[in-house]
Every structure is written in C-alpha cells, then in structure tokens.
Design a protein around this ligand. Structure first.
Ligand SMILES: *Cc1c(COP(=O)(O)O)cnc(C)c1O
Length: 465
C-alpha cells in the first residue's frame, strides 16, 4: 500500500478519511461533502493544519492538553518506559512502579480521604467503574437495594453505555435505547437559560432541592449516588449559582448518598486548583479523572476513591471488574511526568494569578457586544452566551445552535478553535497560555463575533424567539 504521510495533498487525505474513517459525534456523509480539516502538528497553544494555517487552540484539544503541545519531557518518559516495561497487567497479584507511583501521587494531591485509585483507560470507562463500584459498596454494606444513580440533564459523563446513561445529553439518549435502567436525571443549575425571574441564588437552591425531592420520591434506601461535574463542561461551561453545591453536599450527607464529582475536565488545574471540588467547596466520595491527567498525550483515566469505600469493597473478596489497561505502565509514567510539569512549572498558580485574571479583564470588554448575553469564566474554562436580546436573555427564533454554529465557523476561519454548545460559545485553552496569546485569542474572538453579528443581521436571523 502507498504510504500515507503529511506530504499528500489535503484533498487526497480528505478523500481517504471520508472513505475509511468513522468520526465520533459526526454525520460522516455531511463531513465528507464539506471536507474534514486535517491537523498535522502542534506546539504550545498553536495547531498547524495541512494547508499551513496556524490556529490558536482555545479548546486544549478536547479540554485536555493542559501543559500545551510538543512537550518532549513526555515523549521521552514514554519511550523510556516502553523500553523498560511496555506492558504488564495489574490483575493477578502483580503491580509495577508507574502504577504505584501515580496512585501515591494522586492520593497526595486529592483532597480529604480520597486515597485510592482504580485505573481506567478514559473518563467514560472510569464512570462505568463508578457505577459498579458504588453498587458493590452498598451490597457489601448490606444495602443491596441502593442501586440508583441520580444525575442531571445536560450533564456529560462519557459515551459508553454507562457513561452515556449517566450523562443527560438528549442527543445521546435519543439513540440506541439509553439510558440504561437505574439512572434518573434531575434539572441542571443553568440559571441563565432556565432561571426565569428567580435570582441565581434562589434558583441554585431550587435546583439542588430537586435532588432531595427525587431521593424522597425514590426512597433513600434505593439511591446509591449522585454524580455531577463541579462545573458542566460539554453542556456549555455552566457555572452553578453559589448556593447550589453547599445544598447538594448537605443533602448527600443527610441521606447517605455517595457523591461522585466528575473531575474529568475540572481536574488538574483547569479551575485554578488541582481539582474543581476544591474551587467549589465540594467534599466528594469519589472523583472521576481523565483528560488533563495526562494532558491528552496518552489515554488514561480513573476513579479516586475514599478510604471508606475502598476499605469496604476491598475487604469483601474479589471486586469482579477491571480493564486490560488498568494502570498501563506507559500511560501511568506519562501521567506522572505530566503532574510533575504542572507542579514544577507552577501552572496552577499561573492559571489563578496570571492567565485567568488577565482573561477575565479582556473578556469584560465583551459584555457590551450586541450579541453577548453573559460571559462566564472560572480558571481557564469559560463560556459566552449569544443572544438577540441581552436584557431578557432571549433565545434566537432560529433553531437552537444555528447562530452558535455560525460563530464557530467564523472562529475557524479566523484561526481560532472555540466550540459552540447550542448558542453558547465555550473555551478552555491550554493552561500554559500567556497574556500575549490571550490578546490574540480575544482579538480573534471579537472579530468572529462581529462577523457573526453582521452575517445574521443581514440574513434576518437576529429575531428573538
Ligand atoms: C470527556 C468527559 C468524560 C468522558 O471521558 P472520555 O475520556 O471521553 O471517555 C467524562 N466526564 C466528563 C466531565 C468529560 O468532560
């Protein structure tokens, strides 16, 4: 077969991609028609595509490349570990140094009594583990009827049968018979879209108390856990009102409900602390981790588990669950090196003291933009709500996502990656982003917003619903 390299013409690569590659969350036929964008290399916060365009990556890949691209420390560690011990399993009374070292380091970093790591290959797998682990925990505790997970609409917890069911994405549930039984969803704390005339604080309490009502409805003896992202990521970077998490915590404590914080995006510096739970004052029993754990350089995920749950399950015989790649030595070694970089380069302080305040200052100019309803930023995850009418927080009359998609296309054309979730723009750049990069990012974002505004105005799309 002919060698396929970066040097082939873009059109030829696109044709091969269309012929053989099924893309996630994509209408492949439509993409084939349009032509896929081919990314060929990256360094720092900048991607290069097959046409030579240099694009500022405002999404850190898929919310994961926390230390930025092109870090040779990570590739060196991977090569060294592959040569020394490329693979061994952790199933049959064996272990290896990378898995030990990473678990010990994560126990050190994680708050409270979260001292035990069950490894997975991704965030989705880790959340599947959480379902089995928590149900096993209650079985061992003599409460086998505590099986139900309560989650939230518009949450994202992955795309496996378990992860996709825990999540509350309508598009995922519409296909293939999800959610699986034993998972129920309450409303999300999305004040901007759903808060109506309530103050954010009132609304936050109202949404948290839906959890208590749902527990009462199902019976406390049947509810195993509540799972949530400290800040919803894929749902649109939804920052809950300040009243929300303290009330959720109170309810979980009062009713013996395991609290799972899905930290797949919010972990490893994204919010200006090691974990989003620290930023939002949450005391979880389990944290789901992936993405920034290895800065996306290699697939790895896991669950960081409390002393109580680990000891209970561990004392009760075999836990019949595991993946071939649990604690994979190369992935563990790379993750450990990634954590070293985050720590030694002071990236969390950089987010908290430099990048996030600078970004906030630059974003404040956007509130006056005619298309912008609200701007949210915590650490280096943020969102911009687009609206035809600021004061009323109105939606567009056009189908939801039409304007957001237009804006994303303008961003792409202006060499900036930002995503849209409906008509909300989201961003989460690499944590190494510098003020000079932020200047470029915001300049391109404003240009894209201006162009979107002009475009939809000319086409009569500025109507409010
Ligand atoms: C991305 C994500 C997941 C799923 O992780 P994968 O590695 O894609 O399986 C789970 N939870 C959250 C909050 C995520 O953002």
């Amino acid at each position: 077969m002919k060698q396929i390299t970066n040097h082939l013409p873009t059109a030829e690569l696109q044709a091969l991609d269309a012929a053989h590659h099924m893309h996630p969350f994509t209408a492949d036929a439509e993409l084939a028609e349009k032509g896929v964008r081919i990314i060929t290399r990256a360094s720092g916060v900048t991607l290069t595509d097959s046409e030579g365009n240099e694009i500022l990556d405002g999404m850190a890949g898929l919310w994961c490349v926390n230390v930025g691209y092109g870090r040779e420390e990570l590739s060196r560690v991977a090569a060294r570990q592959m040569n020394e011990l490329a693979f061994y399993n952790t199933f049959f009374q064996t272990t290896h140094v990378p898995a030990i070292a990473l678990a010990a380091r994560l126990a050190e970093l994680a708050p409270g009594d979260l001292n035990h790591v069950f490894y997975a290959g991704s965030g989705s797998e880790a959340n599947d583990t959480n379902i089995r682990l928590v149900r096993r925990y209650w079985e061992v505790k003599g409460k086998p009827d505590k099986t139900i997970f309560i989650s939230r609409k518009n949450a994202y917890h992955g795309s496996t049968m378990g992860g996709g069911s825990l999540g509350g994405m309508a598009g995922i549930h519409a296909q293939g018979g999800l959610p699986i039984p034993g998972i129920v969803h309450i409303d999300q704390p999305h004040w901007y879209a759903e808060g109506g005339d309530m103050s954010p604080e009132e609304f936050g309490l109202e949404r948290a108390r839906q959890l208590e009502a749902k527990i009462a409805e199902l019976g406390e003896d049947r509810v195993a856990a509540f799972i949530a992202e400290p800040i919803q990521g894929a749902g649109g970077v939804i920052v809950p009102p300040s009243t929300y998490w303290p009330e959720i915590q109170r309810i979980c404590d009062a009713h013996e409900i395991v609290l799972v914080a899905d930290e797949v995006i919010t972990g490893f510096g994204r919010t200006g602390n090691w974990f989003g739970s620290q930023t939002l004052g949450i005391r979880p029993d389990i944290m789901t981790i992936a993405k920034g754990l290895s800065s996306g350089y290699i697939p790895i995920g896991g669950s960081i588990v409390s002393d109580e749950i680990a000891a209970t399950v561990g004392a009760a015989g075999d836990f019949n669950h595991g993946y071939t790649y649990c604690g994979h030595p190369v992935a563990s070694a790379v993750a450990l090196e990634n954590l070293r970089i985050i720590e030694e380069e002071g990236l969390i302080q950089h987010v908290r003291d430099v990048a996030s305040p600078y970004m906030a200052e630059k974003l404040s100019g956007l509130s006056d933009h005619p298309l912008v309803g609200e701007v949210k930023l915590v650490g280096l995850m943020g969102s911009i709500a687009l609206t035809p009418h600021k004061e009323s927080r109105a939606k567009f009359a056009s189908e939801e996502g039409t304007v957001g998609y237009r804006c994303r296309e303008r961003c792409f054309a202006n060499n900036l990656v930002m995503r849209h979730v409906g008509d909300r723009m989201v961003f989460a750049p690499p944590l190494v982003i510098q003020p000079s990069d932020i200047d470029v990012m915001i300049e391109r974002a404003i240009k894209s917003l201006d162009e979107t505004y002009a475009e939809i105005k000319a086409e009569g799309l500025l109507e409010a619903a």
